[in-house]
Design a protein around this ligand. Structure first.
Ligand SMILES: Nc1nc2c([nH]c(=O)n2[C@H]2C[C@H](O)[C@@H](COP(=O)(O)OP(=O)(O)OP(=O)(O)O)O2)c(=O)[nH]1
Ligand SMILES: [Mg+2]
Length: 313
C-alpha cells in the first residue's frame, strides 16, 4: 500500500453562500482542473495548523474556526492522497490568488459546471448535503401528518425523509403529493424511503433505500433523481452502497434507541473506523440528535439523521 500524502482542503463560503474554488496551474499534479484551496501538511505539522497556513499562503485569508467535513483517501496513478476536507466556519480577509492562480466564488448549483480532480466527487456531494436530516414519524391521520411536517419546516428543517409507514403505494403517493409543495415553499428537499420504481414514478428528487433494496439495486443509473442514499448497518453494507454509486449513506444504530432498546449501538469508535473505509458522506442515525453534531464531525460523519429529534410530539 502506497503511503498517503496528507492534504488539507478548505471549503470556504461567503455571505451569499457561494463557495471559493481555484484553478490548479497547468504544470502541477491535476493541473488545469479546479480545486478547493489547500495543500500538503508539512512534516509533523498539526493538520489544523496546516489548513490555516495553506489558506493564508494561497488566498491571504486568516481562518478563525473550521470543522472537519470529509476525509477521502484516493489513489491516482502517480500518487496517493488523503484529502482532509474542512468547512471553514469563520475567516477574515478578502480572498486573492496569492500564487497567481485564478479564483472564483461559485453558487452551489453551478459547482457542477467546473471540472475537478476525480478524488473530489464526494466533496461535491458533501458541500451540498445538509447537517441534519429530519425523518418523519407517526401520525393519527394524513392531516396531522402534514401539520407535523409543516412544523418541522417552520422550525428550519431543510431535508425531510418521508418514511413509507407501511402505506399502500397509492396512499404513499398521496402523502408525497401533499407534502411536496410544502417542502418546495421552504426550498427543502423531500427524500422518499420507498421502492425504486415508485420513487421514479413520483419523479422524486431523492431516494433512500433500505439495506435489502440496496442489495437489489442494479446501479446508480436505475434511479432518475439527483440524490440516492442507503441505510447501512455494517462495513459490508457501506462498501456495497459505495460500489453501487450511492451519493451518501446512513449508518445505524450509533446508540441504543428507545424504539430498539435491545439492539446495542455500534458506538463512536466503530462509527469512526467504518466511516474511514468509505469515501461517502455518512449520516449518524440511532439515538443521536443535533447535540451530537460536533461529535459526528469529529468522527468523520456528515451530520445527524433522526426521527425523535425533529418529529413534533
Ligand atoms: N488543494 C487541493 N488538492 C487537491 C484537491 N483534489 C485533489 O485531488 N487534490 C490533490 C492534488 C495534489 O496532488 C494534492 C494537493 O497538493 P497541492 O499541490 O495543493 O499542495 P501544496 O499546495 O502544498 O503545493 P506544493 O507546496 O506541493 O507546491 O491533492 C482539491 O480539491 N484541493
Ligand atoms: Mg495547494
Amino acid at each position: 500500500m502506497k503511503s498517503l500524502i496528507h492534504v488539507m482542503v478548505g471549503v470556504i463560503r461567503n455571505d451569499q453562500g457561494q463557495i471559493l474554488i481555484a484553478l490548479r496551474p497547468k504544470n502541477r499534479h491535476q493541473g488545469g482542473l479546479w480545486e478547493f484551496p489547500g495543500g500538503k501538511v508539512e512534516g509533523d505539522e498539526p493538520p489544523y495548523q496546516a489548513l490555516v497556513r495553506e489558506l493564508s499562503e494561497e488566498l491571504g485569508l486568516l481562518v478563525h474556526e473550521a470543522t472537519p467535513l470529509i476525509r477521502i483517501p484516493y489513489h491516482y496513478d502517480d500518487c496517493s492522497v488523503l484529502l482532509d476536507v474542512w468547512d471553514v466556519n469563520r475567516f477574515t480577509g478578502e480572498a486573492k490568488g496569492m500564487e497567481g492562480q485564478e479564483i472564483r466564488w461559485v453558487d452551489l448549483n453551478h459547482l457542477n459546471d467546473y471540472s475537478f480532480p476525480a478524488a473530489n466527487v464526494p466533496i461535491l456531494s458533501a458541500v451540498r448535503l445538509p447537517t441534519q436530516i429530519a425523518i418523519t414519524g407517526d401520525a393519527a391521520n394524513k392531516d396531522e401528518f402534514c401539520s407535523k411536517v409543516q412544523l418541522m419546516l417552520e422550525r428550519g428543517c431543510r431535508w425531510i425523509l418521508l418514511r413509507d409507514h407501511s402505506l399502500s403505494k397509492r396512499d404513499f403517493a398521496d402523502v408525497f403529493h401533499s407534502v411536496k409543495p410544502m417542502c418546495d415553499a421552504h426550498k427543502a428537499i423531500l427524500q422518499v424511503n420507498t421502492s425504486l420504481s415508485l420513487a421514479n414514478e413520483l419523479n422524486a428528487q431523492a431516494l433512500h433505500l433500505t439495506e435489502s433494496r440496496l442489495t437489489e439495486l442494479m446501479g446508480r443509473r436505475a434511479f432518475n433523481g439527483q440524490w440516492l442514499s442507503a441505510a447501512c448497518h455494517s462495513p459490508d453494507a457501506l462498501q456495497l452502497a459505495q460500489s453501487k454509486g450511492c451519493d451518501f449513506v446512513f449508518l445505524s444504530p450509533v446508540k441504543a434507541t428507545a424504539t430498539h432498546p435491545e439492539q446495542a449501538g455500534i458506538g463512536w469508535h466503530r462509527f469512526h473506523q467504518w466511516v474511514s473505509d468509505v469515501t461517502l458522506p455518512v449520516y449518524a442515525l440511532g439515538g443521536v440528535s443535533q447535540l451530537d453534531f460536533q461529535k459526528v464531525r469529529e468522527e468523520g460523519g456528515q451530520g445527524v439523521a433522526s426521527i425523535s429529534a425533529f418529529w413534533p410530539n
